[in-house]
Design a protein around this ligand. Structure first.
Ligand code: ADP
Length: 430
């Protein structure tokens, strides 16, 4: 363009110079100069009109024929327009592909701004969440998803675990919500239909619950007879030993059934936000008392430090089972004479129940898995202690129903610490 304009200046200068010479020769310098300037201006105005008409065209058609500098200007503008059109159509292609891809997604995807207003969603968002562009665009997400648990999940800022809830649009659809932050505090909400998996899981839970329930009655009869025979006390020595072993094993089976029934109840009942305050200190003391009775004569050096005036909102029975499991484990797995420290403390971060022992400890390779059902670090150790393998699974489940989580620290050969953390807003003053 710069080349074209300098060329135009030199052509114009040459024209003026020629007009001056010719005008001087014929003695009509002013007229000649005026005529040349007039013709020059008419040509420029004509080219400009052609340019204006051509630029107004929607389609990128070939530029008007022009020579010299105007030709170069037209060519240059033509190239720019063509490049822009190519980029536009590439961008349009990408948008179309993205729309096709998002429409093919079976998961609902919703883009939210930093105030949780819904900016965009795909077709599955309409089907699974019932969103409508006319009425819901730019509206707060919480107009649609009003459940307090969901709102709490969004404001928590920690989204590593998904949230399971029914669809607000169709209660027969079970959804798994995942929130991810991107850009400037914007969020991406993904809702996946897990109704089939939930149904399958329900069948499994029902089977476990029914089987455990059905086993309970025959086992009660067997335990009753065993107790009667052993109480009579006049059995021959080998039979007496066999009966005692049968009684031990039937006791184990009984505690296994109790734990299975408890777990299936925890799995199948919905988390209900309960406002009744639970006195954690008294739960801990009663669990400790019953654990000490069951400690097979082992004596431990136990210290207890409790914030007695602080309780927790939740389900007393569930919290009792969780703490009892942890206290039983500490007493069961720690050798006679070992030390155990129990604490229930609160600070600005929330409440924490912790139990530390100097028992055998757990190798780090097992730590990630010990809350799985029936996961045993060491089969011999558990068989000896009569554990069901479900205790820590119950603890984890109960804590998550109370918005808490379990933290385990352990060094093999030195001991373990189990901490149950609860958020600040679940604590109450007693
Ligand atoms: P169990 O009924 O077998 O004790 P749990 O789920 O309560 O099942 O515990 C899982 C495993 O974690 C146990 O088998 C045991 O090996 C280990 N464990 C739990 N608590 C302790 C502890 N305080 N010290 C050492 N090991 C422990």
């Amino acid at each position: 363009m710069l080349k074209a304009s300098s060329k135009a200046i030199s052509t114009f200068s040459l024209l003026i110079f020629s007009a001056v010479i010719i005008g001087w020769l014929i003695d009509y310098m002013a007229y000649t100069l005026a005529l040349v300037l007039f013709v020059w201006s008419v040509i420029q105005i004509h080219q400009m009109r052609k340019l204006k008409i051509w630029l107004a065209q929607e389609l990128v058609i070939d530029p008007p024929i022009a020579s010299g500098e105007w030709g170069e200007v037209f060519d240059h503008l033509y190239r720019i327009r063509k490049l822009r059109r190519t980029r536009e159509s590439e961008l349009l292609d990408q948008i179309n592909r993205f729309q096709q891809f998002s429409a093919a997604l079976t998961d609902a995807v919703v883009i939210l701004d930093h105030q949780y207003n819904m900016q965009w969603w795909n077709r599955a968002g309409e089907e699974l969440l019932g969103l409508k562009y006319q009425s819901d665009q730019d509206m707060p997400l919480f107009n649609i998803l009003r459940d307090p648990n969901f709102i709490r999940y969004c404001h928590r800022g920690e989204y590593s675990e998904p949230l399971l809830q029914k669809s607000p649009h169709n209660s027969s659809i079970e959804l798994q919500y995942t929130l991810t932050e991107f850009g400037e505090s914007e969020k991406l909400l993904v809702a996946r239909d897990i109704s089939d998996i939930t149904r399958l899981e329900q069948t499994r839970q029902d089977f476990v619950a029914n089987a455990s329930h059905e086993l309970r009655t025959p086992l009660t009869v067997i335990r009753g007879y065993l107790e009667t025979f052993l109480d009579q006390g006049n059995l021959p020595a080998p039979l007496q030993k066999a009966m005692q072993q049968m009684q031990q094993q039937s006791d184990r089976m009984q505690s296994l059934i109790v734990d299975l029934l408890l777990l299936s109840r925890l799995d199948s009942t919905e988390v209900i936000v309960d406002d009744s305050p639970v006195n954690i200190s008294s739960i801990i003391m009663s669990s400790l008392e019953s654990a000490e009775h069951a400690a097979d004569g082992k004596k431990h050096d136990i210290s207890v430090d409790l914030a007695e005036n602080i309780g927790l909102t939740g389900k007393e029975k569930e919290l009792h089972s969780a703490f009892t499991n942890l206290i039983y484990n500490a007493l069961r797995y720690t050798q006679d004479g070992g030390t155990i420290n129990i604490q229930w403390l609160c600070n600005d971060a929330g409440g924490c129940f912790s139990i530390t022992d100097n028992g055998p400890g757990i190798s780090s390779i097992h730590l990630d898995r010990i809350t799985e059902r029936f996961y045993r670090v060491d089969d011999d150790r558990s068989t000896e202690s009569g554990g069901s393998g479900l205790g820590l699974a119950i603890v984890k489940n109960v804590l998550s129903r109370h918005q808490g989580y379990l933290e385990v620290e352990s060094i093999l050969g030195q001991g373990s610490t189990f901490r149950c953390h609860f958020p600040l807003d679940t604590l109450v003053e007693l």
